[in-house]
Write a protein that binds this ligand. Structure first.
Ligand code: BES
Ligand code: ZN
Length: 442
């Protein structure tokens, strides 16, 4: 284990923040480290340059009579701000209270490395793998995988496989193995609202012209009705209803009750679409969220000003069978319609990702379930995920292959937030999981 933890610490020390161009060299160094690690295990490794961050592919020697399994992961991480809220520096990993603390520890370096180390153990003990393996690792997941889609199209033949396995999702509670069979999609946009030509004295001009800060608040408020249902025309048109068996199953899943959600989030009440439990709202219903909003004076004391501009950043989580382009167009129409008079609105459309769903009871799904049970000692629960990994649906469309999602991220792992952490027991469990999984898939 010490050697395996050393590997994880080395991997975590790279500040491979994909969104920040100041970290381009760090992302590259991280990819180089992976190449070294994988070649050292005797795999055939290729580093592919892209417009931004490299894609790393590794494979064993393939044999015609074996099944081909592709394991996907990402070695890029989210930014660390606000950095002052970390209890230890984000890129100086350490172990406290049975957890490994550091940016990327769960999302996704820890989960990804568990697969690599599982393969390493099998190769050391058995000399070969029970499957033809393709590792596919990218450095752009956190920015929407812009290079991977063209890469998949170009290398469709070399990436041909029978099943895809991914550990980049959640585990509902400690000790409760979890298989994901769905992911939400996403579409993002940013709005700028412009009013007067410049900031104005709020006494001299207040009351006579529209205020962009008021306008952005009205626009944000227009997205939901008073109950929490999304008020954009046609938004729910293509939403696939929950199946009865899902509702029955999720009602019994540990870690996803309203009380669990309150405890883990520190919120004082749950909020969302009427008629659905928290689990259902998270895993099978779409959302409209404000991720950022700004206008006017934010410093100490008061400043009597009408700001010239306001902004907001939105993201919409989508479920089968919503289409990101269609929703994006509906959102734009809604925002234009609800923009108050006297304000000009600019909408900049951001990245998209499609939702994903597959059958957890397929042959490969069952193999994944057995592997989870073998690695963690009890039968897994089956959930859809609230988060998004758009490339999973892209791989389905381009390679024609379904993914099984074997998540190791616990609700308090604080992915994307300060003090991200990964339970040592899940790192160990992930290594066992990989070994069981390759056997079961074979
Ligand atoms: N690993 C997460 C997605 C995730 C987390 C799925 C927990 C299920 C449970 C992934 O790295 C991520 O953060 N994805 C982004 C995608 C976006 C940038 C296109 C997300 O969901 O915000
Ligand atoms: Zn992430």
């Amino acid at each position: 284990m010490t050697k395996q933890l050393d590997d994880l610490f080395a991997f975590l020390r790279f500040p491979s923040i994909s969104t920040d161009s100041n970290h381009g060299a760090d992302v590259r160094d991280c990819a180089d480290w992976l190449v070294q690690k994988l070649s050292g295990m005797g795999l055939d490794v290729e580093l592919h340059e892209t417009a931004r961050h490299p894609i790393v592919i590794a494979r064993n020697e393939h044999q015609a009579d074996k099944k081909t399994c592709l394991i996907y992961g990402h070695y890029d991480v989210q930014p660390v701000d606000p950095v002052e809220l970390w209890d230890s520096p984000p890129f100086e990993p350490e172990i406290r209270d049975g957890r490994i603390w550091g940016r990327g520890s769960t999302d996704n370096k820890g989960q990804m490395l568990a697969h690599i180390l599982g393969v390493e153990e099998t190769l050391q003990e058995e000399g070969e793998l029970p499957v033809n393996l393709i590792f596919l690792f990218e450095g752009e997941e956190e920015i929407g995988s812009p290079s991977l889609v063209p890469f998949l199209k170009k290398h469709q033949q070399e990436l041909a496989c029978d099943v895809i396995a991914v550990s980049d999702t959640g585990m509902v509670a400690k000790g409760v193995p979890t298989m994901g069979y769905g992911l939400r999609g996403i579409t993002c946009c940013e709005v700028t609202l412009k009013g007067p030509a410049g900031d104005l004295h709020s006494g001299v001009y207040g009351g006579a012209v529209a205020n962009p800060a008021t306008a952005v608040a009205r626009l944000v408020a227009s997205l939901h009705d008073a109950d929490g249902k999304i008020a954009i025309e046609g938004f729910y048109d293509d939403v696939r209803p929950l199946e009865d068996w899902e509702r029955a199953m999720w009602a019994r899943v540990p870690g996803a009750s309203d009380d669990d959600i309150l405890a883990i989030t520190g919120s004082t009440a749950t909020f969302g679409e009427p008629g659905y439990s928290s689990a259902e709202r998270l895993w099978a219903r779409p959302t409209a969220e404000v991720n950022g909003i700004g206008a006017g004076y934010q410093g100490e004391g008061s400043k009597t000003v009408i700001p010239a501009e306001a902004m907001a950043k939105f993201s919409f989580r989508l479920v089968p069978d919503q289409d990101p382009e269609d929703i994006s167009a509906k959102v734009k129409t809604h925002l234009e319609k609800h923009c108050p008079e006297g304000i000009t609105l600019e909408v900049e459309v951001g990245h998209h990702g499609k939702p994903y769903i597959c059958d957890p009871h397929s042959e490969n799904g069952k193999a994944g379930q057995v592997a989870l049970e073998q690695a963690f000692g009890i039968a897994p629960v089956l959930i859809r995920e609230g988060g998004s990994i758009p490339i999973i649906q892209d791989m389905k469309e381009i390679l024609g292959v379904e993914s099984i999602m074997l998540g190791l991220a616990l609700p308090d792992c604080q992915i994307h937030a300060p003090n991200e952490n990964f339970y040592v027991e899940n790192f160990e469990g992930g290594i066992r999981l990989n070994r069981a999984l390759l056997k079961q898939l074979a």
